[in-house]
Design a protein. Structure first.
Length: 76
């Protein structure tokens, strides 16, 4: 898919809607899938929504750590 010049999307590669912490390899797969669709330079991995008030802070930090590790594993 061709995005407009200068457009960067931030797909949610971890979710706020469950307390389950995504495995970094799953996060890496999600990042790779989006990168194949729009190009690695046109995306930045993120959370699908804010965590505030939706999950315990320790779970939110664990999800962000998984996002970081998944980004390091992703081959884009």
């Amino acid at each position: 898919m061709k995005l407009p010049d200068g457009k960067v999307i931030v797909p949610g590669c971890v979710t706020h809607s469950t307390d389950v912490v995504e495995h970094p390899e799953l996060v890496a797969q999600r990042i790779e899938r989006f990168a194949r669709l729009v190009g690695a330079d046109n995306m930045m991995a993120g959370a699908d929504c804010g965590f505030g008030g939706r999950c315990h802070p320790q779970i939110a930090w664990a999800k962000l750590e998984s996002l970081t590790r998944g980004a390091a594993l992703a081959r884009v």
